[in-house]
Write a protein that binds this ligand. Structure first.
Ligand SMILES: CCCNc1ncnc2c1ncn2[C@@H]1O[C@H](/C=C/CNC(=O)c2cc(-c3ccc(F)cc3)cc(O)c2O)[C@@H](O)[C@H]1O
Ligand SMILES: [Mg+2]
Length: 206
C-alpha cells in the first residue's frame, strides 16, 4: 500500500494519497481501510462537525487519518492511537506523504492505557469528534472510558466504523438505548465490496 502511494500519489496532495490507496485496495489487495464509500459519509459528518480536537482509535495504515486531517480547519488537531508498531510506522509515512504531519499526532500504544493520559500529555480538554475503527469488541469499553475521563462534552460526535460488518453489537445496543446519546445509522457498504456495512453517528448529550 505504501509503495502504491509513493508510486502513484503526489507528495503533499492528500486526495491523491486517498485515491492511490483506494485504487490499490480495490484492484490489487483488499485492506481494512474505511474506504471511499463510507469515506464520503465520514467526510460529510466531519465537515458538519468541523472539530478543533479530534480522536481516532485504530490508525492502521493512516487512510482515515488522512481523510480526517485533510478536512480539519487551520489550528485543529487530530490525535490517532495505534498499538501495532509496524502499522504505526507505515501510517507515519503515509500521513507525511500527504503533508498532514503538522495536524496529526500519532500516539503508539493501547487505547485503554493512552486515553486516561491524553489530557496530561497533550493538553486536551475534551474531543469534538471521535472515530472508532479499532478492535470491534473494544468500542464500548473505550467509549465508557472516554466518558469516565471527561473527554466527551455536550455535542461530541462519535462515529463508529463496521457496526454491521464485522459488527459491534454491544456498542450499538449501548449508544442506541442510552439516554446520553442521540444515535443514527448511515447505511453503506463494506470497503471495496458490495456487502452491507455502515457507520453509526452518536451525539453525546452530556
Ligand atoms: C488493546 C486493544 C484495543 N486498543 C487498541 N489500541 C490501539 N490500536 C488498536 C487497538 N485495537 C486495535 N488497534 C489497531 O487498530 C487496527 C484494528 C482494526 C480492526 N478493524 C477490523 O477488524 C476491521 C475488519 C474489517 C473486515 C470486514 C469483513 C471481513 F471479511 C474482514 C475484515 C473491516 C474493517 O473496516 C475493520 O476496521 C489495527 O491497526 C490495530 O493494530
Ligand atoms: Mg473499519
Amino acid at each position: 500500500m505504501l509503495k502504491a502511494v509513493q508510486k502513484n500519489a503526489t507528495k503533499g496532495d492528500p486526495q491523491s494519497v486517498i485515491s492511490a490507496i483506494d485504487h490499490y485496495c480495490r484492484n490489487k489487495e483488499w485492506a481494512m481501510n474505511v474506504g471511499d464509500d463510507k469515506g464520503l459519509i465520514l467526510d460529510s459528518v466531519l465537515t458538519e462537525v468541523n472539530p478543533s480536537a479530534a480522536l481516532e482509535l485504530g490508525t492502521y495504515c493512516g487512510y482515515s487519518t488522512v481523510r480526517i486531517a485533510r478536512l480539519l480547519s487551520p489550528g485543529s488537531k487530530l490525535i490517532t492511537v495505534e498499538f501495532n508498531p509496524a502499522f504505526a510506522a507505515v501510517a507515519r509515512q503515509i500521513i507525511a506523504y500527504a503533508g498532514l504531519q503538522d495536524k496529526v499526532t500519532l500516539v503508539e500504544g493501547p487505547s485503554g492505557d493512552l486515553i486516561p493520559k491524553l489530557r496530561e500529555r497533550f493538553g486536551v480538554k475534551s474531543f469534538d469528534f471521535v472515530f472508532l475503527d479499532h478492535w470491534k469488541d473494544r468500542y464500548l469499553l473505550d467509549t465508557k472510558l472516554l466518558e469516565d475521563c471527561g473527554l466527551l462534552q455536550k455535542g461530541t460526535v462519535l462515529l463508529a466504523d463496521n457496526v454491521i460488518c464485522p459488527g459491534t453489537p454491544e456498542y450499538l445496543k449501548y449508544v442506541r438505548s442510552s439516554p446520553r446519546y442521540e444515535s443514527r445509522y448511515y447505511k453503506s457498504n463494506l470497503e471495496y465490496t458490495k456487502l452491507e456495512d455502515g457507520l453509526e453517528k452518536s451525539v453525546f448529550l452530556g
